[in-house]
Design a protein around this ligand. Structure first.
Ligand code: HOZ
Length: 434
């Protein structure tokens, strides 16, 4: 299918931005073809520069849980912007969003707003190192915590998609301060703590890994991580950039009943505007400047327009029945997709937790990055394009996830399932022929 206006825009973008994009995962590099330039979003739908309409499951990589251009969020943004777009000074919008977050996640006794999940994770790890007076950080293979130097070690998301999970440019001395353990490997974790427990400042984890496709935590993994960090005097950092406010108001920590020392939040608390936050126990957070000596700052942090958008979205999520409705919609999508996969003879694993879902074209169960790597990314690319042609927009990478929003209707789900059944039937025939 030709994509005339998107093609032309992409050619122009190539003259301005490396690879034509301002974030690598957008470039369709792993699935091939020209990225669609999107011109409009409303509810569950997006439209591209050629006027094609798609049912969207990217949701701007997760934050748009209420759907595109939700009226309450648009009104909040418009009102706040009319009163000033930035002050670089305290403002009352910060208080409102801060209170909503603390109510939902009581482990965040004190928090600081930043501008992205990257900043949140980078600052949380720095704080953990200062508090514990130790340097080593544990991260898990295939988890992604943004692109700060120390976190670009065996990382998921774009680095995994593009084949550079440990990026050049990160000094070896910095990378050496990050120890990588396999996700869900409790034995390896015990061994690492047994060997170097007194040097470990923190373990940072996506409680549900969602940047290498969707890989749920196995029973006991998070509680053992909590126990080991606590008993060795290390801090536990939950990166809830994807799971926060997505798996329920209390995020993964409420769902799995494991309370971290520090939590990182990202784009979802900005309703689609650039926001992040990190927070946790007061005695830890009080080490931050200006109270303490750990420096962290940002001119646009606590930006009034972004704060207003985030608060408006959280208020939508607090409406009675919001998460129940999201669960019902997501269940229907899962059931329909499972039936479609069963009909075709393409081996696949479908994972879903709440409104997050992901596919692996793989006959075996997937529980870690090795399993993820064994899945057929080329088949995902074919499936992605087959869905795009049928009006369904999925993440342009086998190593990302899909998001259901409150705006997806029963007929969106029916249409998506019908598109998947048709796409898989075609791909199944093609793979039998080849
Ligand atoms: N964390 C996002 C994907 N899981 C990344 C989006 C981006 O890198 O643009």
């Amino acid at each position: 299918m030709t994509s005339t206006h998107s093609d032309a825009l992409f050619q122009a973008a190539l003259t301005l931005f490396p690879g034509g994009v301002n974030s690598p995962v957008r470039a369709f590099a792993a699935v091939g073809g020209t990225p669609r330039f999107l011109t409009r979003g409303e509810g569950s739908r997006v439209w591209d520069a050629d006027g094609r309409e798609y049912i969207d499951y990217l949701g701007s990589w997760g934050p748009l849980i209420a759907g595109h251009a939700h009226p309450a969020i648009v009104t909040a943004v418009t009102r706040a912007a009319a009163r000033g777009t930035s002050f670089g000074a305290p403002n009352s919008y910060e208080l409102e969003l801060g209170r909503l977050i603390k109510q939902a996640m009581p482990s965040m006794e004190l928090m600081r707003f930043v501008n992205s999940g990257t900043e949140a994770a980078m600052s949380a790890v720095r704080l953990a190192r200062a508090v514990t007076k130790r340097d080593l950080a544990i991260k898990f293979a295939g988890c992604y915590h943004g692109h700060a130097d120390g976190m670009l070690v065996n990382a998921g998301s774009g680095p995994l998609t593009l084949g550079c999970p440990s990026s050049p440019g990160v000094p070896a001395a910095v990378a050496a301060q990050t120890m990588v353990v396999d996700y869900n490997d409790t034995d390896a974790l015990r061994a690492v703590f047994a060997q170097r427990g007194d040097q470990i400042a923190c373990a940072i984890v996506e409680p549900v890994a969602a940047n290498m496709g969707l890989v749920p935590p196995q029973s006991g993994f998070l509680s053992e991580l909590r126990a080991l960090t606590r008993s060795h005097g290390a801090l536990l950092i939950f990166d809830e950039v994807i799971t926060g406010f997505r798996l329920g108001l209390g995020g993964a920590q409420a769902r799995y009943q494991v309370s971290p020392d520090l939590t990182c939040l990202g784009k979802i608390i900005g309703g689609g505007l650039p926001v992040g936050a990190f927070g946790g126990r007061a005695e830890i957070m009080e080490r931050l400047a200006p109270l303490g000596d750990v420096y962290q700052a940002g001119t646009l942090s606590g930006n009034p327009v972004a704060m207003a958008a985030g608060a408006a979205q959280i208020r939508v999520l607090c409406e009675p029945g919001a998460y129940e409705r999201l669960e019902r919609t997501s269940e229907a999508l899962e059931a329909g997709l499972r039936a479609a996969f069963k009909e075709c003879d393409i081996p696949a694993q479908l994972h879903r937790i709440g409104s997050i879902f992901g596919f692996f074209f793989n006959a075996e169960a997937v529980r870690d990055l090795e399993g993820v790597r064994r899945s057929d990314a080329k088949m995902y690319a074919r499936f992605f394009h087959a869905m795009l042609e049928r009006g369904v927009y999925l993440a342009p990478s086998a190593f990302e996830v899909g998001f259901v929003s409150l705006a997806h209707s029963p007929s969106d789900i029916q249409n998506t399932v019908a598109a998947a059944a048709d796409a898989l039937a075609t791909l199944g025939q093609r793979s039998r022929r080849s």
